[in-house]
Design a protein around this ligand. Structure first.
Ligand SMILES: Nc1ncnc2c1ncn2[C@@H]1O[C@H](COP(=O)(O)OP(=O)(O)OP(=O)(O)O)[C@@H](O)[C@H]1O
Length: 622
């Protein structure tokens, strides 16, 4: 009979679990060396101890073994002090790292986790056993994003309906694995009713696929808001916003920036409970430490001005800006700043929120190459938030105004916003359970409606039908996703993009089409294996529009399409772009502080395939 004892190295995951004692019991039996064990992880204020309970039920705990073989990052072996002399480490763990001790990794591999996964996020696997793919049955594909496909599935063990997010894991792409690991680490750090909870992971020792298991959510806010039959009352808007802010407050208090708050990432279940989802762009941050991060985050329409200005040091304000945009959108029934590209976006912000003051430029920390150019922007716009939203209640107007403060330091925090008059005055927010029951509605449903409309339109064209038919519903264009998010590593992005262009005409070609990968009722494990040439990157779809018509509601007509381009032509474009990029590099626009290359790409880089899906035709910018 043997016992395995381990304690994970200190980590953000553990150190953040203050004020709570959580006990997780993984009761899966492991039959190894005739030992039957139950792994139990207790997380207390500052420790997390993996305890193995021997089959006789005796709980064996041995903290003394904890630091054996633990190597420092510089390779030095920690000296083991006798018991009693050991002091608790006072240095804070780097929450961005997952570096549990080697003995824990070995244990995880023995438990069935693939070694590559234990290496990148062993910390997050602590206390869990992998679920087998054949214990889920796929029902249908319910969403697709930049890095993943999402499926509705049935858990054969419990019968519960779950959402499985399949992320592509090419183990040769270390950087991409890190991003995936970051999402998992972040999700395990969070525990709040308004934040999606990672319920488990599906993988196997031999597999390169990974599925994240979540509770199934029937709706997303983008889908509900785009539905022609749904109009929200102020009480309902308050209910949704309160939940968004509560979720954000929790994330921020745990040192997590979401960095992609938008309607389609706000998932809602049948009981009206809203959970913030998609932490693919989220990052750890420490408000007290200077830390540079990428600016290429947040879907364009919800992107804060400091990001558009190129600030690489930012904080919770970027999520609050997005929340402000969503609040105004929910109350007005349409996106408030649907920019077509970064330059257009920033102009829309200036027109609504006024041009930044001299003080703003003095305060904002920008990289030196953009700093000098920014404040020469002309013309100077006056702030018009109050005029633009004069129909809102005074409390709603005041909250929108303070969330859309240009200066991130003047923007309300989630906690401030939750205590604002908006939530204190009648009509008060309704309870989530009082929200109407809607039929399942997701942004993907709106996309399907658009596709169906386009298909019919094209069929009519072929038949030579004339005359304008009324669309099922006039819609505003959809939000442009953060195109190059996870762009912390520029070279990685450049490489990914080049491969992406070389290998795929559009996102649809990198994922199997729905009839292959999303077909009904087959087991999760039976989906095809990833082709190593597939890379976990693409720009998102269904986005920009050139329509000058005023929009009515959230979603809108598909962008004008181009005939599909041949791969050869696109490769030619890539080469041309590389030459152009060289020419444009180092030159800075006097207008907005945007690199000229950025400006150039913003205007011309979005191309559309025959289904109206957008892809970037140019190498990345940052
Ligand atoms: N728990 C869930 N329940 C139901 N549907 C979900 C769930 N999680 C995600 N989805 C659906 O799948 C879509 C894509 O998921 P998600 O946003 O997490 O993926 P992504 O690859 O990070 O996407 P993006 O590129 O938009 O950031 C969501 O918009 C949502 O409609």
């Amino acid at each position: 009979m043997g016992c395995v004892l381990s304690r994970p190295g200190s980590s953000g995951l553990v150190s953040e679990s203050r004020d709570e004692v959580s006990t997780k019991i993984e009761s899966n039996r492991r039959e190894a060396n005739n030992v039957s064990v139950v792994t139990k992880t207790e997380t207390t204020e500052s420790t997390s101890v993996a305890v193995v309970v021997a089959s006789n039920g005796e709980e064996v705990r041995n903290d003394d073994e904890a630091v054996v073989d633990h190597k420092e990052e510089n390779g030095d072996v920690k000296e083991k002090k006798p018991k009693g002399e050991r002091k608790k480490s006072t240095t804070k763990p780097d929450p961005r790292l997952s570096n549990p001790p080697k003995n824990l990794l070995g244990e995880q591999v023995a438990a069935g986790w693939p070694p590559w996964l234990t290496e990148v996020c062993g910390e997050a696997l602590n206390g869990w056993l992998p679920r087998k793919a054949d214990s889920f049955e796929k029902i249908e594909k319910i969403g697709s994003g930049t890095y993943s496909n999402v499926y509705k599935a049935r858990d054969s063990l419990t019968g519960a309906i779950v959402a499985l997010k399949k992320v592509r894991c090419d183990t040769r792409e270390q950087e991409n694995l890190k991003f995936m690991a970051r999402e998992i680490l972040i999700l395990r750090r969070l525990n709040h009713p308004n934040v999606i909870k990672l319920e488990g992971l599906v993988t196997s020792r031999m597999s390169t696929s990974l599925y994240l298991v979540f509770r199934y959510m029937h709706h997303d806010l983008a889908g509900l808001a785009a539905s022609p039959d749904i109009t929200f009352t102020e009480q309902q808007v308050k209910c949704y916003l309160k939940q968004i802010l509560s979720g954000l407050e929790h994330c921020h208090s745990r040192g997590v920036l979401h960095r992609d708050i938008k309607g389609s990432n706000l998932l809602i279940d049948d009981d009206g409970v809203l959970r913030i989802g998609d932490f693919g762009l989220a990052t750890f941050f420490d408000a007290g430490t200077r830390q540079t991060m990428t600016t290429r985050v947040v879907t364009l329409w919800y992107r804060a001005p400091e990001l558009l200005h190129g600030a690489v040091e930012y904080g919770v304000g970027i999520d609050l800006w997005s929340a402000g945009c969503i609040l105004a959108e929910l109350l007005s029934g349409r996106p408030i700043m649907p920019g077509r590209n970064e330059v257009d976006q920033i102009h829309r912000i200036y027109k609504l929120c006024g041009s930044p003051s001299e003080e703003y430029w003095r305060k904002i920390r920008l990289p030196s190459h953009v700093k000098n150019a920014n404040h020469t922007a002309k013309p100077q716009h006056k702030r018009k938030v109050r005029e633009a939203f004069k129909d809102f209640s005074p409390e709603a107007l005041s909250l929108v105004d303070r969330l859309l403060a240009l200066d991130p330091l003047e923007r309300l925090t989630a906690t401030d916003a939750l205590t604002s008059d908006f939530f204190m005055t009648e009509p008060l927010a309704c309870d989530p359970s009082e929200l109407p029951k809607y039929p399942p509605t997701k942004e993907i449903d709106a996309k399907k409606r658009d596709e169906e409309y386009r298909r019919q339109k094209e069929a009519r064209k072929v038949q030579g039908e004339s005359g304008r038919r009324i669309r099922p519903r006039e819609r505003a264009p959809r939000a442009m996703p953060a195109p190059e998010a996870n762009a912390e590593n520029q070279s990685n992005i450049d490489r990914m993009r080049l491969i992406t262009h070389a290998n795929a005409k559009s996102k649809s070609e990198k994922f199997p089409p729905p009839h292959q990968d999303g077909s009904l009722g087959f087991q999760v494990g039976s989906s095809r294996r990833l082709d190593p040439s597939e890379v976990p990157f693409s720009s998102n779809s269904f986005t920009a529009t050139y329509s000058k018509e005023p929009f009515q509601t959230w979603s809108g007509p598909l962008a004008p399409t181009e005939a599909p381009e041949s791969t050869a032509r696109r490769m030619k474009d890539i080469n041309k772009d590389q030459i152009k990029r060289k020419q444009f590099n180092q030159i800075t626009s006097p207008l907005e502080g945007l690199n000229l290359w950025q400006l150039f790409l913003s205007v011309q880089s979005f191309r559309f395939d025959h289904l109206g899906r957008q892809f970037l035709s140019s190498p990345i910018i940052n």
